[in-house]
Design a protein around this ligand. Structure first.
Ligand SMILES: [Zn+2]
Ligand SMILES: [Zn+2]
Length: 255
C-alpha cells in the first residue's frame, strides 16, 4: 500500500475517481480545497477549474473580429475574404485562436482522447456562445468510419454534447451524413476545396425554419462549414452558425 501511495500518478487516478463521485454527491468543493487540480496548460494549481486564471486571461479571444468568420481584425466588420466571397454560413463563434498552446490541447483531445482537454474546450465554447442568439439545434460534421475506428469517438460530437448540456440546446449527432468520399482538403486552393466538398453532405433531419449551429473542434478555411451550410440552407434552415473551439487566426495563404 505504501509503495502504491508513493506513486503520484496512481494517487492522482484515485483522486480523479473520488472527484467524479464527489461531483455527483456535492463534496467537490471540499475535495478541490484538499487537493486542487493542476492547470491543464501550465500545471500550476487551478483549484476546481481545469485551466488557471492566468492562462485563461492570456488565451481568451478578445478584441475586434470579422462578424461573419470570426477572424481577428484591427476593427470589427467584414474581413477581406468574406467581402470578396461571402460565406454560405451566417456567422462563426470561436472560443480560442488556433495557436500554441491551444493547438496542443486540441491535439491531446483529438488524438490522445484526453477528455479533460475536451471538457475544457467544450466549457470555453459554451462560455463564448452564452451571449449569442441561441440556435434551435447543434449538429456536427460526421466522422468517417475510418476516423471513428482510429479514435473511437467523434471530437466534434463530444464538444456539441458538452455545449448543448451547458446551454440547454439539443445536440444531434446524426443530422448530417457524408454521402461521398472526399480526398483531404490540405493543399487545395479555395475553388478546389469547394469542388471537393460539393454534394458531399446530406441533411437527415428536418431543419426547416430552424437556426442551426454546426459545432467543430477547429476551423481553418471554413470550406467544410460552408459546404454544410449550403446543404442546411437548401433543407430550409433559416440561419446557420459555426461554433468552433479554435479558429486559425490568419487567412490561409492560397486565399
Ligand atoms: Zn495555467
Ligand atoms: Zn471574415
Amino acid at each position: 500500500m505504501l509503495m502504491i501511495m508513493e506513486n503520484r500518478d496512481c494517487v492522482k487516478r484515485m483522486y480523479d475517481r473520488f472527484r467524479t463521485v464527489a461531483q455527483k454527491t456535492g463534496y467537490s468543493s471540499l475535495l478541490s480545497r484538499l487537493w486542487p487540480s493542476d492547470c491543464l496548460l501550465c500545471l500550476e494549481p487551478a483549484g476546481e477549474r481545469l485551466v488557471c486564471d492566468n492562462c485563461e486571461r492570456l488565451l481568451a479571444n478578445t478584441g475586434p473580429r470579422c462578424v461573419r468568420c470570426d477572424l481577428p481584425l484591427a476593427v470589427e466588420g467584414w474581413c477581406a475574404e468574406c467581402l470578396a466571397n461571402p460565406p454560405a454560413y451566417d456567422d462563426v463563434l470561436s472560443a480560442f485562436d488556433y495557436r500554441f498552446p491551444i493547438d496542443r490541447l486540441v491535439g491531446r483531445f483529438k488524438f490522445s482522447a484526453d477528455l479533460a482537454a475536451g471538457a475544457y474546450l467544450g466549457q470555453s465554447l459554451a462560455r463564448r456562445a452564452a451571449g449569442a442568439p441561441p440556435p434551435d439545434l447543434l449538429v456536427v460534421s460526421p466522422a468517417s468510419v475510418q476516423r471513428l475506428r482510429e479514435r473511437g469517438f467523434n471530437p466534434a460530437l463530444v464538444l456539441a454534447r458538452a455545449v448543448g448540456r451547458e446551454l440547454g440546446i439539443p445536440a444531434h449527432g446524426r443530422a448530417l451524413a457524408k454521402i461521398r468520399h472526399t480526398p483531404p482538403q490540405a493543399g487545395l486552393d479555395r475553388a478546389a476545396r469547394r469542388r471537393n466538398l460539393h454534394g458531399a453532405f446530406a441533411v437527415r433531419e428536418c431543419v426547416d425554419g430552424l437556426h442551426v449551429a454546426v459545432v467543430d473542434d477547429v476551423m481553418t478555411t471554413g470550406s467544410t462549414l460552408s459546404a454544410i451550410a449550403r446543404e442546411l440552407r437548401e433543407a430550409g434552415a433559416s440561419r446557420v452558425s459555426g461554433w468552433v473551439a479554435a479558429r486559425t487566426p490568419e487567412l490561409p495563404k492560397e486565399n
